[in-house]
Design a protein. Structure first.
Length: 284
């Protein structure tokens, strides 16, 4: 299993890094569109769709994203869209976690599929726009999710259930603890202030998300970092909820050793649009 994980990770990096650092953002946007299509296919299968219907959902993701691309949305400020996306994620995330695994099948499948399509397309538009802004800005969002996950893992291993008597969401993801969430938040706060200091020293062409937030004051940087960390956990739990409802361990076997695309991007689905929402409210 470890060998598979390493090989898959190396192959993914060999594909992702050249696209990420290409002089123009278009190869990266195209590659992310392919991943979103795969995520749409996985989401259809997790919701009991036939193979043909699941493929159609992935194709529909491509069609919607391509339409947005063709209309020039990647280079346009969309503050109202990102505000609406942020509100939708907060409200829908709270409702999903409140309903739990048993509540998911009670939602009409058409509504579930439409919601999944919308979440995937918004995530693609957000990551593509972030790359248009600049590599430094995009990486600051991606690394936030990675640091939150890594810090939460080690904090959970070291302090899980030592300060609380209950786990975070035992019916959805039994391995997660409140101590892990708090550890993830601490890790992201350290990352945020370190990145702001790095931007001040290196003065990159595109300021990071943290530097943008810091222009509104340290309080905004702290609140923004904590909010995004919390919503990354919501994205992780939401995908786990869908998988548990389907009786699946992984979203698919597309990435040997890692599961599927949704397993890799679950925390990014809410974090990317919400990062764009926060960035649109402050001047660089």
């Amino acid at each position: 299993m470890l060998k598979q994980r390493v090989i898959t990770a190396v192959v993914l990096l060999a594909i992702l890094l050249p696209a990420l650092f290409w002089p123009t953002p278009w190869p990266f946007a195209a590659l992310m569109l392919l991943m979103i299509a795969a995520g749409g296919w996985e989401f259809g299968r997790l919701n009991g769709c036939s193979e043909a219907a699941s493929v159609s959902l992935g194709a529909l993701c491509v069609a919607v994203c391509a339409a947005a691309w063709g209309m020039g949305w990647l280079e346009q400020p969309l503050p109202l869209l990102w505000a609406a996306a942020g509100a939708a994620w907060v409200l829908a995330g709270a409702a999903l976690l409140r309903g739990g695994v048993r509540g998911w099948p009670g939602i009409p499948r058409g509504v579930r599929l439409a919601g999944g399509l919308l979440a995937l397309c918004l995530a693609w538009l957000a990551v593509a726009q972030a790359r248009v802004i600049g590599v430094n800005f995009l990486l600051s969002v991606l690394v936030l999710v990675w640091v939150a996950d890594i810090a939460a893992y080690f904090a959970g291993r070291a302090f899980g259930l030592k300060f609380t008597r209950s786990k975070l969401a035992p019916a959805i993801s039994p391995g997660k603890s409140w101590e892990g969430v708090w550890g993830g938040m601490v890790g992201v706060l350290v990352l945020a202030f370190a990145w702001v200091a790095g931007d001040a020293h290196w003065q990159p062409q595109a300021p990071s998300l943290y530097t943008r937030l810091a222009t509104g004051g340290s309080w905004l940087l702290v609140l923004g970092a904590l909010f995004l960390t919390a919503m990354s956990v919501v994205g992780d739990l939401a995908e786990s909820l869908v998988k548990r409802s389907a009786g699946a361990k992984d979203s698919s076997g597309l990435l040997p050793g890692h599961g599927g695309v949704l397993d890799r991007v679950d925390a990014l689905l809410p974090t990317l649009p919400l990062a764009m929402m926060l960035a649109s409210q402050v001047r660089p």
